[in-house]
Design a protein around this ligand. Sequence first.
Ligand SMILES: Cc1cc2nc3c(=O)[nH]c(=O)nc-3n(C[C@H](O)[C@H](O)[C@H](O)COP(=O)(O)O)c2cc1C
Length: 180
Amino acid sequence: MSGAVDDAVLQTIRTRRVIRALTPAPITREDVATVLDSARYAPHAGNRRLHRYVAVTRPALLRALRMVSPGMLQRPTAAIVVCVDWAKVKGYGFAPTNPGPHIDVGTAAATMMLAAHAIGLGSGPVTSFSRVAVATLLGLPDPVRPELIICLGHPAAEQPPPMRRRNGTSWADVIQWDRG
Ligand SMILES: Cc1cc2nc3c(=O)[nH]c(=O)nc-3n(C[C@H](O)[C@H](O)[C@H](O)COP(=O)(O)O)c2cc1C
């Protein structure tokens, strides 16, 4: 591993953590836009725009999102909801079983979380939420389905301990070089 490489991008990748304790300090619209814009640079299957991103900044709407999201342990001061437009997916000719649109949600989310960390914001992904309730709250048209929420905020000084890895698997256990 190139652990000795002193590179700003690698440092950002290695130091990002899911942040679940956030301060109530608001995030500037410019910072939310910076995070949002970073998703443009994530790789997307077929390089099509099959996704939609909803930036949520209004406190009342953030509170409502939280009420329908059991996995949202933090109190974000902004959130970006990554959605897939399933009508566009069909129109593009992807079979419903094609994993591309879901993988794209992951590439966009990872890129936005790294961008957030790069500008000093805390972030955390949430997939445990009611798709129907979030779509209703955001007024999304039927084929646009929310798939993942990125919570954003300023990190609090004290963070809860990271989620414990339950099965004791080490990194080396999940790596294979060439044919096993
Ligand atoms: C697809 C996906 C869904 C996740 N859903 C949630 C969630 O609903 N709530 C939550 O607190 N964390 C969620 N996480 C965050 C993981 O728990 C977290 O990445 C993991 O504990 C490792 O923490 P780290 O990224 O700080 O190393 C999710 C992560 C991914 C990739």
